[in-house]
Design a protein around this ligand. Structure first.
Ligand code: SF4
Length: 309
């Protein structure tokens, strides 16, 4: 009997969720940072950001703006929020991922006015400069503006957010098992050798991984854009699927939607992505065991950009 295949979506002009790292500028330089963000982090211009917004799908349920630290590139963030509001109105829930260090009452008021309804503080861990010490300050700040800290995560309670879109915030941070997990070995985390060497950890199959990026699974259909690189997952593939500055995201998704490599990623099964290129699941797993990480393990077999991952 053949394996059950996931039925992907067909309308790529509607994305449930887009995670966009629009800057790698940051006020911090955490050792575990997966994309080398910092005071010298890579940036794209405001004009490029406007081009990317033009190329986003006509309908997006959630747009997650992240970095780097979005508030370190504040003027650009404000321009993005203004353009997103013009294009999507209140139909898109705009979420901000921030380390919280630079957030003040005045900035919070501006962000709310410009349409952000969800704030995720992602720095409550021992790897960030503040090591979670500013949680009380942030809690008081959000409470003072009626931003609710008791709402469930919008990526999980999605219907509630789509229809009511309340102001809310939440927090989390890196743990050895999660954000330093099996395939988080990138950027400074790899350089500083603080990633978890666990070849069995399948990040691809969980939220923020590639599973469901073409739809058809229990996870939200989410793609990631790292600066301009369109990717099926938050950590990114070796080669991007496309360039959001010059290509429409919906067209890019459509163009790869029948590629067996991407279909296996959509199923959350990276070890099978090379099967049509003569790389068996067993080969991929063996290579993963050698390298202690599945993405590098699998992609080290592929030699050409057309193989992408
Ligand atoms: S982990 Fe977050 S706060 Fe730390 S350097 Fe990277 S983007 Fe900045």
């Amino acid at each position: 009997m053949g394996e059950e295949r996931v039925q992907i979506k067909t309308d790529f002009n509607h994305c449930e969720s887009i995670y966009w790292v629009f800057t790698q500028l940051c006020n911090d330089t955490c050792d575990h940072c997966y994309n080398f963000s910092g005071p010298d982090g890579k940036r794209i211009s405001t004009d490029e950001c406007m081009m990317i917004i033009e190329n986003l799908p006509d309908q997006i349920d959630r747009l997650i703006l992240s970095g780097g630290e979005p508030l370190a590139d504040k003027e650009k963030l404000y321009r993005i929020l203004d353009r997103v509001k013009e294009k999507y109105g209140s139909k898109t829930q705009v979420m901000l991922q921030t380390n919280g260090d630079l957030l003040t009452a005045e900035i919070l008021d501006t962000l709310i006015e410009k349409g952000v309804t969800r704030f995720d503080v992602s720095s409550i861990d021992r790897y960030h400069k503040n090591a979670g010490n500013h949680l009380m300050r942030l809690s008081e700040l959000f409470t003072s503006r009626n931003v609710n800290g008791d709402e469930k995560d919008p990526l999980i309670e999605k219907e509630h957010y789509l229809h009511e879109n309340p102001l809310s915030w939440g927090y989390w941070g890196a743990t050895k098992d999660m954000w330093l997990g099996g395939n988080w070995a990138r950027g400074r985390a790899l350089q500083k050798d603080i990633w978890k060497k666990d070849p069995g950890h399948n990040f691809c199959s969980i939220l923020s991984g590639a599973r469901g990026f073409l739809g058809g699974t229990e996870l939200p259909q989410e793609i990631s854009i790292q600066l301009w690189k369109i990717s099926p997952c938050c950590p990114g593939t070796l080669f991007p699927m496309g360039d959001a500055r010059t290509e429409r995201v919906a067209d890019v998704l459509k163009s790869i939607s029948e590629d067996p490599v991407y279909l296996r990623l959509n199923e959350g099964n990276p070890w099978k992505m090379g099967e049509t290129k003569g790389i068996t699941e067993g080969d991929a797993k063996q290579r993963t065991d050698e390298l202690k990480i599945f993405v590098y393990g699998a992609m080290s077999f592929f030699k050409t950009p057309s193989s992408k991952c």
